[in-house]
Design a protein around this ligand. Structure first.
Ligand SMILES: [Zn+2]
Length: 276
């Protein structure tokens, strides 16, 4: 499932290709792929892409027309992708929306989603503000250390589910949570209330480092992620624990990576990530 880095890669490519482009047509093949705002779809014809922003794991394209502003917000979902025509699509019947543009580097953005878990929303500014407020907590790339510390302080429960709780920290899913916790040396089931401020600071820094490195690598292509231009993310090569059950710990401590089957698979080293 695409997480923050993949969503950022998608937003970045659409930004680079389509800022200033005009939407000439919008075809929606399945009404139920649009969660909100279906009746406003005709407004978008003739509107110009002004900005593309990522929120959590969603991508919002900002359109302007006659001083009014509206957004197309895409949840990338389990297998939802935004693709340019140059990307080879294996099952074109799963393209549910086509947005056609003039004046950009790309002529079309397609929303491709075989499992239909992801959704598009057509929102005005107030709708976007509500969408973001309802779903997303702090953004790990922009939150200050003080705010991050305040968020985790006095929390109960286990660390990994908190890190993946979108209303607390937006954008981190199972892959990056595993990678971050290994690099910090924290057990997925560590109690948040027992984290020292030093460990919390390390968690804050490593989270940013891992996410930024992953963005620079074009994200992680696990299962079915492709950027809009069809390229795969290379960060998978840098994964240290995710999907590596039974392999030797990359820290060379002599232990093997284990897998915990809780709500989502956790991969960790029993020696380097002791339960506190
Ligand atoms: Zn180890």
């Amino acid at each position: 499932m695409p997480e923050l880095p993949e969503a950022e890669v998608v937003a970045g490519q659409i930004r680079a290709a389509l800022i200033g482009a005009r939407l000439t047509d919008c075809w929606v093949g399945r009404k139920d792929i649009v969660r909100e705002g279906f009746t406003s779809r005709s407004w978008y014809r003739g509107a110009v892409v002004q900005h593309v922003q990522r929120y959590g794991k969603s991508v919002a394209i900002r359109f302007v027309k006659e001083q009014a502003v509206r957004y197309v917000v895409a949840e990338l979902g389990m297998t939802g992708l935004l693709l340019f025509p140059s990307a080879q699509i294996r099952h074109p019947q799963h393209v549910h929306v086509r947005m056609t543009f003039s004046g950009g580097r790309e002529s079309e953005v397609r929303y491709w989603n075989p499992r239909r878990f992801g959704r598009l929303s057509l929102l005005d500014q107030e709708g976007l503000d509500q969408y973001v407020a309802r779903r997303f907590g702090c953004d790990p790339l922009t939150v200050s250390w003080e705010d991050f510390y305040r968020l985790l302080k006095n929390r109960r429960g286990r660390l990994k589910p908190l890190l993946m709780h979108q209303q607390t920290v937006a954008g981190i899913g199972n892959i990056y949570a595993n990678e971050i916790l290994f690099r910090v040396g924290l057990h997925p089931n560590a109690r948040v209330s027992r984290l020292s401020s030093l460990k919390t600071e390390r968690l804050y820094q490593v989270t940013r480092e891992v996410l930024q490195e992953a963005i620079a690598c074009g994200g992680s292509s696990v299962k079915d992620f492709f950027a809009p231009d069809g390229t795969e993310g290379r960060y998978k090569r840098h994964h240290l624990v995710y999907g590596k059950e039974g392999e030797l710990c990359p820290n060379r401590c002599g232990q093997h990576i284990r897998r915990l089957k809780s709500e989502r698979s956790s991969f960790y080293c029993p020696l380097c990530q002791r339960l506190i």
